[in-house]
Design a protein around this ligand. Sequence first.
Ligand code: NDP
Length: 338
Amino acid sequence: MARIFEERDGDLSTLEGRTVAVLGYGNQGRSQALNLRDSGVAVVVGNRSDRFRDDMREDGFEPHTLSEATALGDVVMVLLPDEIHHEVLPRDVFGFLKPEATVVFAHGYSVHFREVEVPEGCDICLVAPKMVGLGVRDLFLKGRGFPSLVAVHRDATGRAWPTALAVAKGIGSLRAGAWETTFEEETITDLFGEQVGGSGAIVGLFRSFETLVAAGYDPDVVELELLGSGELVEVIRAQLRHGVIESLSVHSPTSHFGQLHRAQELLDGGGDDRLGRIIRELQDGTFAELWRRERADGYRRMRELQRRFTDHEFVRTQARNRKRLRESLEDGTGGPPS
Ligand code: NDP
């Protein structure tokens, strides 16, 4: 079982006399910079363009370029999109790092797949919030935490772990806990979760929609049942709060029996070869190579897939129902569970 670090495991005094440079002011960058500063840490921020200059000033930060911020940082937080690390870090960051800097990533991708080589002498850490950027700030302000995964890939200075845990504490994550992991484990499980969970949800919705509409049922009614009502949000919330199986008791007995019966039927159908193939392709780098080629090709296949899915009748139906239900969906609920 993974070790879980709590509030008492992080010591903010590890960061005393050190400056944390936050690179990027997007989803994670702004939230993490503000949380760290509110935790008493000395923070500087850096960004490529002028886009967030006014926001930075309004937040009380002096805007720096990525290189300037890096040069000021004893701890450098890379909060830039993963797919540009290989281009930006060697050019604007690595040459400006202090000799014994700690470089902290929020996702292991570029390090695990060797798209970047952090200079020798620097620590390489991971503090990966399992939370969107807005949530990182919002929960911090409410005095609550959010889980994260932490790892050390290279401990060059002998203080990589205390630094990673101090950062995790400073951004507010240790209030909920930080699970120890490795760069490999965080990367592969994150990709697997997205590719299996995310694609499974899309396929489940599209196939169910096609099946019911082909059987003669009204697309609007079908979409409302599958997604549009927002009931699914409440079902997932109940699964999180009470447990996947325990929460079935809030459904009708017919729904309760039907869900378990169909789940068992699918599980009895044998192992899913597709899952085995996906994990192999993630582990052996096939997917990373596919994604690298896709980027080099100007995202051609991504645009084609986006177009193909957007053209589907399900998407048009959903837009229609969404427009009508905008108000009830805005507060996060769509209607009572059945
Ligand atoms: P964002 O897309 O929000 O990052 C935007 C920032 O990146 C901006 O400051 C932008 O600068 C800069 N940027 C974009 N393109 C370039 C470029 N070509 N060169 C230089 N700077 C560039 O990223 P996220 O905050 O979503 O993700 C940051 C890291 O956090 C990633 O490693 C991600 O995997 C990880 N993460 C993200 C989570 C999330 O919920 N988003 C959750 C957990 C981890 P400009 O203003 O100049 O465009």
